[in-house]
Design a binder for this molecule. Sequence first.
Ligand SMILES: [Zn+2]
Length: 86
Amino acid sequence: MKNIHCKVFGHDYKVTRHVTYHVKEYTCESCKKQLTTSGNGNLIELTPKFKEINDVLERIHHKRILRINKRMTTSKQQKEAKLLIA
Ligand SMILES: [Zn+2]
């Protein structure tokens, strides 16, 4: 009975996925209950519906990071190119 630990000591949540900077998924190490961050920052149970939402959020978030990285690389290369010319 793993759940007894949770009843006595409370759940032992660990972050199992970083969806965005603000949204994470947590899993209880003892009973495997899952939580996620809701839109208003509260922790709620991770239902299949929210898992789906998090998948979409994660995809958008990663795309944004890739775009920012690309932009930074470009401006860095431009700077280096200017140095070469100078
Ligand atoms: Zn638990």
